[in-house]
Write a protein that binds this ligand. Structure first.
Ligand SMILES: Cc1ncc(COP(=O)(O)O)c(C=O)c1O
Length: 286
């Protein structure tokens, strides 16, 4: 029988299937909470400081008190990693406003609910190009908050799947925002472009690292608005996220992207990303 994974819930480490929260938890009732997804390679949480800063930003934006210091978060996360020591892991953490009688306004007193779990993160260097479809972005104007209320993203991803595509690439007012669960990069004439960071997109940790690496290695990269026409005319399209890293899109709405083959700038960027990861020793995992 497969061994159960160990999670953390409000002060205790326990098998995942034994973890329980109240039905009055505001995360369950209202989707009133935020989350993070942090990859851990060989026991070390990758870009931990950046993830914990984004966690703080999300908590501040929704006025949930951060129940832990950076040091405490780091210890809790590494304790979960340690207890599930099986190769690479995807660490999911969630903080909700806690348990209270149902009323939309914030409760006078509530303790945030804190939950951390680990899932195996299959990391393979085998390339799996994907297809994508363009959909209208119907979400709210606070997409920079990593909120657990993901119903629009769930419906968008499902609609993409029903169209036979892996990901939905979202357009709002004629402009590219992001994917249902990823950021989007395009390449045209050797120039890499991604949407600017504002309330229409999640400031992806992978996105930021790619922008940083491209600048460092003097590969032209622009953070500026991208039209739907730009996306459809791109030579390359990539989807980025902490768990899937840099995924090439070779078909968009049934039409080949560029040549329909893996792009040269994608190859170069993946190499930069992989060598950055290879030099990652956990030193930044304070
Ligand atoms: C809507 C959305 N945008 C972007 C991303 C990528 O963010 P990160 O690189 O931090 O995983 C995600 C990740 O899940 C996401 O859900």
């Amino acid at each position: 029988m497969q061994q159960s994974s160990i999670c953390y819930l409000n002060g205790d480490f326990l098998p995942l299937e034994e973890a329980r929260v109240s039905v009055l938890d505001r995360g369950f009732i209202f989707g009133d909470g935020i989350y993070e997804m942090i990859p851990a390679f060989s026991g070390h949480a990758f870009r931990l400081q950046e993830h914990l800063q984004r966690l703080q930003n999300s908590l501040d934006a929704v006025h949930i008190r951060n129940p832990h210091s950076l040091e405490e978060w780091s210890q809790l996360i590494h304790a979960v990693i340690e207890k599930n020591r099986t190769g690479h892991q995807a660490i999911y953490l969630q903080v909700t406003r806690g348990v209270a009688h149902r009323d939309h306004a914030f409760p006078d007193v509530s303790e945030p609910t804190v939950f951390i779990m680990s899932n195996p993160l299959p990391v393979s260097r085998e390339v799996k190009p994907v297809s994508a479809t363009i959909l209208e972005d119907p979400r709210w104007n606070n997409c920079d908050i990593k909120a657990i209320s993901l119903l629009p993203n769930v419906l968008l991803r499902q609609k993409a799947r029903e169209r036979g595509a892996y990901e939905a690439i979202l357009i709002r007012d004629g402009l590219l925002t992001e994917g249902a669960a990823s950021n989007v990069f395009i390449v045209r004439d050797g120039i890499v472009r991604t949407s600017p960071k504002d309330s229409r997109i999640l400031p992806g940790i992978t996105r930021d690292l790619i922008v940083e690496l491209l600048h460092k290695h003097e590969i032209p990269c622009e953070e500026r608005e991208i039209t739907e026409a730009d996306v459809r005319a791109a030579d390359e399209i990539w989807l980025t996220s902490s768990t899937r890293e840099i995924v090439p899109v070779t078909q968009l709405d049934g039409v080949p992207v560029g040549t329909g083959e893996l792009g040269p700038v994608w190859r170069q960027t993946v190499e930069l990303y992989q060598s950055f990861k290879d030099t990652f020793t956990g030193a930044e995992a304070a």
